[in-house]
Unconditional design. Sequence first.
Length: 239
Amino acid sequence: MRFLTILLALSVLSAQDAAPTRADWPHYGGTQFSWRYSALDQVNTSNVKNLLPAWIFQTGDYTEYLGSTPIVADGVLYLISASARVFALDAAKGTVIWQYRYPTPRAGIAGSHSDFVQNRGVAVTDGKVIFGTRDNFLIALDQKTGREIWKVSVDDPKQCGCNNLSAPLVVKDKIIVGGNGGDQAHRGYLTAFFAKTGRLAWRWYVVPARAKRAVRHGKATAGAMAAELPGSPGLSIRI
């Protein structure tokens, strides 16, 4: 069996947020390198056993478990629940600064990933809190008030049966998201939008157009698909 390893090299990340996190947790993985490491040292192996809850907050969303990673910026914690309820909390006290509740999602393909109720997190940039939805919208809220600024459709859930629930990635002035199809017949892609306006910047497909047609007719092979990937096995995308 042949394995194809695709390396997505976002070279611009080397210049952005390379240092370990401290008081803030500005990205889903802490930094854009997703190290998930904090350089804070107040809690260590000698005193971790003495930790006690400082405050507890309940989202009120009991649809599914809380699967998102909170973002912390300038003393404010941003959190999204499984049903896309977004909260801004005072990180020191746990009190609500503002909250936003996403309305009932548009219908997708029954039994597909568009029915999956979960959300992995938000992104914060350019004075906005940005997140994806299970019905494939990307939404930007005002970071200070929670007011909706823009809303764009990433894909049609009635066509793809996919969702947009991963935490968005901030790169320079753009927001990058990927469509989720899991083990279903979904043509994967990465899509970039301008953070300021929500306008589409570009879309890159994992499965090229010719390979997509071959898959549709049951004639694709791993080798043929690999050969159509530009720069295979290494891949670089200019942001």
